[in-house]
Unconditional design. Structure first.
Length: 212
């Protein structure tokens, strides 16, 4: 995806440098919409050689971007097939697509080497006390863990963000944390820890038939 991000950045920069009458024709929200709009852009009144050069560069970048997106789509389909053949059910978790499931499997390895709290420490979702307890009790506030496997943590963070938009249960958990006095960052930490537990239990269940 790094190549597509670079191409999108270059394409956007070239579009921003176009005259306003052309730029307005390309005011689209998604990459694919901008690519489709480029095929319909009216350049019949454009005679400025610099603008023509920019349009030529935009056409080249668009062709390259189409190829990258097609390759990425094919790679995603292949990952989905491989994840399915592995017997993993991680893709059934809201917010965890095939690519995310593949990353979790590769970064975790054999999940049986962890306990549930150990897996949370490994992926950086285990809370770190941010305050001392009162009267000898446990700490009252915690903060995000900046340690652990950051690639795995990033996968869980993206999944949690998707769940907040699409999964009512995740939204309920997040809102409940806010009502209980947690900050937004703390509420996200709680959601990511919950997601870590769900991922851990799903991976364990996937291993049960093979173990039996």
């Amino acid at each position: 995806m790094g190549g597509s991000v670079q191409l999108i950045g270059e394409l956007d920069a070239l579009i921003q440098a176009l005259p306003e009458e052309l730029r307005l024709q390309l005011r689209q929200h998604t990459v694919r919409a901008r690519i489709n709009a480029l095929a319909r852009i009216d350049t019949s009144t454009t005679s400025d050689p610099v603008v023509r050069l920019r349009l030529e560069l935009i056409e080249q970048r668009t062709a390259m971007l189409r190829d990258v997106l097609a390759q990425d789509k094919a790679a995603g389909a292949e990952l989905a097939r491989l994840v399915s053949e592995s017997g993993s059910h991680l893709s059934t978790i809201p917010g965890v697509a095939a690519r995310a499931a593949a990353e979790i499997l590769l970064e975790t390895g054999d999940v049986r080497r962890f306990t549930e709290p150990g897996f949370a420490r490994f992926n950086g979702t285990a809370p770190i006390p941010a305050s001392s307890g009162e009267a000898g009790g446990p700490p009252r506030r915690h903060r995000l863990n900046r340690g652990g496997n950051r690639r795995l943590n990033a996968v869980l963070h993206r999944a949690a963000m998707i769940q907040l938009r699409c999964d009512p249960r995740a939204r309920q958990l997040y809102d409940s944390a806010l009502r209980n006095g947690h900050t937004r960052r703390e509420a996200m930490r709680i959601l990511k820890r919950h997601l870590s537990n769900v991922v851990y239990r799903t991976m364990l269940r996937d291993l049960q038939p093979a173990t039996a």
